[in-house]
Design a protein around this ligand. Structure first.
Ligand SMILES: Cc1ncc(C[n+]2csc(CCOP(=O)(O)OP(=O)(O)O)c2C)c(N)n1
Length: 612
């Protein structure tokens, strides 16, 4: 990237007139502020296409990129305008090959016949502990052929004609992704450590460096030497070639824009992570309904009101769409399959980790992806969710069946610790809306996000649609936490904070104690992350510091709630795994009943009155 003169961009993707990687950055590799951190980081170093380091993630991302190339082509290319026809090349090592996430992604890539995808496997037989024979003896060619890939082999990484031939084999392949197995030697040219695991992670040491340089005919004492003519060579080669290709593309796009202004407008908006005008005008308002609906249901409705107006919003589920209700059901939405790259409904199969990593690959290609599963299985995808946050890309992770409220499937399927664990990921906005109107507002917030992924957490079971003429407007969702209900007159003495399905429980308790003259406030807190971003003045107006009697209610681990209720506040939450039983029985067993909330409110008032 340094030699090729890649330029840095700002978060709005505008070039800012400096090199992405300077020689100084290379000299300060792994030091604070260097654009050459320990592992390549998207967002931090312009030109890095994805953050890699956790093995397997990059190649899994590449499947999302190849999918997006196909989808963009099928939606936007017109006769004479092949705007999108890019191939995706990913380099991988033994570690990537061994990780499960790459197998999930490879299996799907083969199924989808992504012939625009090429993985180049650095088959050097060495990982950290030693030779791969310690733990890896599978027949890669058979495995990948079984996945439906085209497999080719180059027996010497330095044999350029054979490598070129292998790339031609890839380009000629019209039906399958291609794996090029390239036999190589780690530490090639460093005579004492070549082919050993020492070459993997530790510096060669001064003597070995000298020997290697000697081997290559390089001045032994030179450091960071870039001989005369190298920059020039790159500029005339890769630079000129890339520049010409880019100019040609821009000119093609300008002609395209003249003939297809609407589609061109969509492409520009998508490239800048913006939304088409009036994208939100079909979002419904839900009327008061004590029986209500599951938030997965209302979310499905809202998604289907948004997606027709945001054509590049696409996604699917890891085989749970009938439960997560994330299918796009309007005419023309279609299924993305090997014979229909135009579809917007993806079937990731039962591959949660792969699905999340592929969604990142889609997002890195600038379409707007979502994927879904049950909240408890977010664990399987966590590696990729974390990277979506580190990369600051707006992937929409949708998790339904969000608590013991999902009932009789029992503790294997009842999430307890997942909310706290997702909330611990920096930059990931976790949203757990309380009713259908909070869901609608949550989607308004989500769609506007450009640099944050979101975990949208939804119920399986119905929750009342609250009467917004009696309680506050759901617009407060945008601030993360807001006052839903206050005492009829006077200041509150006690605050109940709840999220998601427990908000209606808090409201039931509110009605009960208010009728008995207790001055209680209910705060709906769909997103702690968004609430924490508000000004201190706003946060204090919602949770006035002088009110110490506080109760938080959430059907999940209590971890984190004392931040809002204080050390002497009460948290009604889960302290064990759940159990398999009808919902009503579970709510009684684990204490999620209006009576329990009322008792806790009274206890808090008593404790704090005694203390003051
Ligand atoms: C998910 C994950 N697990 C473990 C590691 C630690 N790790 C870094 S590199 C490596 C070995 C990789 O071997 P290979 O892909 O053959 O790379 P090479 O030795 O050829 O450089 C391991 C285990 C990691 N980065 N990511």
């Amino acid at each position: 990237m340094h030699l090729a003169g890649v330029k840095a961009v700002n978060p709005a993707y505008e070039t800012i007139g400096r090199a992405s990687v300077t020689l100084e950055d290379i000299k300060t590799f792994r030091e604070l502020g260097s654009r050459c951190p320990g592992h390549p980081e998207y967002r931090w170093t312009s030109g890095v296409e994805t953050t890699t380091g956790p093995l397997g993630q990059g190649v899994a991302n590449s499947v999302g990129m190849a999918i997006s190339s196909r989808w963009l082509a099928s939606r936007y290319n017109k006769p004479g305008f092949d705007l999108f026809d890019f191939n995706v090349y990913a380099l991988m090592g033994d570690g990537d090959m061994m990780e499960g996430v790459s197998d999930e992604a490879a299996s799907l890539a083969g199924h989808l016949g992504l012939s625009n995808l090429c993985w180049i496997y650095d088959n050097n037989h060495v990982t950290i502990e030693g030779n791969t024979s310690l733990a890896f003896s599978e027949d890669i060619a058979s495995v990948f052929s079984g996945y439906g890939w085209n497999v080719t082999h180059v027996s010497d990484a330095n044999d350029l004609p054979s490598l070129s031939k292998a790339f031609q084999v890839f380009r000629d392949e019209a039906l399958r992704p291609t794996l090029i197995v390239v036999d190589s030697h780690i530490g090639f040219g460093a005579p004492d450590i070549q082919d050993t695991s020492q070459a993997h992670g530790s510096p060669l040491g001064a003597e070995e460096i000298k020997k290697a340089k000697r081997n290559y005919g390089w001045p032994e004492d030179a450091r960071f030497l870039i001989p005369d003519g190298v920059y020039n060579h790159f500029e005339k080669g890769i630079g000129a070639r890339g520049g010409a290709l880019r100019d040609a593309w821009i000119s093609l796009f300008t002609d395209y824009e003249r003939e297809n202004p609407t589609l061109a407008g969509q492409i520009l908006a998508m490239q800048h992570r913006e939304l088409p005008p009036q994208w939100d005008i079909d979002i419904p308002t839900f009327s008061t309904d004590p029986k209500g609906m599951a938030t997965r249901d209302s979310s499905g409705e809202v998604l289907n009101a948004i997606a027709p107006r945001v054509p590049y919003l696409l996604g699917g589920s890891a085989d749970l769409a009938p439960s997560t209700l994330t299918s796009l059901t309007f005419d023309g939405a279609g299924d993305f399959e090997a014979d229909n790259y135009n579809g917007r409904n993806f079937h990731f199969g039962i591959r949660e980790h792969g699905a999340a990593a592929i969604a990142s690959g889609l997002s890195l290609s600038k379409v707007r992806p979502y994927w879904s599963t049950f909240l408890v299985f977010s664990d399987y995808a966590r590696g990729a969710i974390r990277l979506s946050a580190l990369m600051e890309i707006p992937v929409i992770h949708i998790f339904t069946h969000d608590s013991i409220g999902m009932g009789q499937d029992g503790p294997t399927h009842q999430p307890v610790e997942q909310l706290a664990s997702l909330r611990a990921i920096p930059g990931l906005i976790v949203m757990r809306p309380a009713d259908a109107n909070e869901v609608a507002e949550a989607w308004r917030v989500i769609m506007e996000l450009q640099h944050n992924p979101v975990a949208l957490v939804l119920t399986r079971q119905a929750v009342p649609t609250l009467d917004r003429s009696r309680y506050s407007s759901a617009k407060g969702v945008a601030k993360g936490g807001y006052v839903l209900a206050d005492p009829i007159d006077g200041a509150p003495e006690v605050i109940v904070i709840a999220t998601g399905s427990e908000v209606s429980l808090a409201i039931e308790a509110y009605e009960e104690v208010t009728s008995q003259g207790v001055a209680v406030r209910v705060v709906s807190m769909p997103s702690c992350e968004l609430f924490d971003r508000q000004s201190a003045a706003y946060r204090d107006s919602i949770l006035p510091p002088q009110i110490l009697a506080r109760v938080a209610v959430e059907e999940a681990s209590t971890l984190g709630w004392h931040r809002y209720v204080g050390t002497n506040g009460a948290v009604i939450g889960m302290h064990t795994f759940g159990a398999s039983a009808p919902l009503k029985d579970l709510q009684i067993k684990f204490g999620f009943t209006p009576e329990k909330v009322v008792d806790t409110i009274r206890q808090q008032l008593q404790d704090h009155r005694r203390n003051t």
